[in-house]
Design a binder for this molecule. Structure first.
Ligand code: SF4
Length: 225
């Protein structure tokens, strides 16, 4: 797991190398001190941090390096799957792009599955193959990234994409999604998106749409399909 906000996820009182080494000690107690430290230094250099920085405390690293240290922490026990929760939100766009490239390349080298949890569509566009769009705690659309970006079917996915400016495409007025996200303790009846949906129909107010397969285009939960 790669947690959000590296500054809060790393312990400020312990050296970065020790924090990574601790993960090996806890999960693989049979690994010797020497082999453990070799792995720590190796994983730091894999994520682009000079191994000599293992002695640094988190505050001595830049934001980008802290995020890389968290990635190292998640890699050190050779996982098959990494779940990253808003892994680059706290970084500026240039460092974001470097860290995302690093993650993509590590994913290829190590044969990992990477699950990104983010609200940032540009991050998704850069790194993901498939995309699941969630609204009010439910998956409302799922499919290949290219299909979803080119031809969104759920009105929420469509509105999200239309509220995001395109750098290269035609300049057009950005769309807003009216209203506010619902109270999840007391969600709307029927389709949870209905109070904000431009295409709402009578059935949407009372019946929760089931997610259905739409052939090669993926899955969608909407009474329009
Ligand atoms: S089910 Fe109805 S309210 Fe929900 S997204 Fe589809 S059209 Fe809109």
């Amino acid at each position: 797991m790669i947690f959000q906000g590296a500054m809060n996820a790393l312990n400020p009182l312990h050296r970065v190398g020790n924090q990574i080494h601790e993960v090996i000690k806890i999960h693989e107690p049979h690994v010797s001190e020497e082999e453990g430290w070799e792995r720590v230094l190796d994983v730091l250099s894999r994520v682009g941090i000079d191994p000599s920085r293992a002695k640094d405390y988190p505050h001595q690293l830049s934001g980008g390096m802290q995020q890389r240290a968290l990635i190292a922490l998640s890699l050190v026990n050779n996982p098959d799957i990494i779940m990253a929760d808003e892994p680059v939100t706290a970084l500026d766009v240039i460092v974001q792009s470097q860290v995302l490239k690093e993650m993509k390349s590590l994913q290829g080298q190590l044969g990992l599955s990477l699950i990104m949890i983010t609200h940032d569509l540009s991050v998704i566009a850069e790194i993901c193959d498939s995309l699941a769009v969630m609204y009010a705690g439910q998956i409302v659309e799922y499919g290949k990234l290219r299909n979803l970006f080119k031809e969104p079917r759920h009105p929420y996915t469509e509105a999200l994409l239309n509220s995001f400016p395109s750098i290269t495409g035609v300049k057009k007025e950005l769309m807003e999604i009216p209203g506010a996200p619902p109270d999840l303790l007391n969600p709307p009846t029927g389709c949870r998106f209905h109070p904000r949906c431009m295409k709402v129909m009578d059935i949407c107010l009372s019946e929760d749409p089931k997610i259905v397969s739409t052939n090669d285009k993926g899955y969608v939960a909407c009474h329009l399909y």
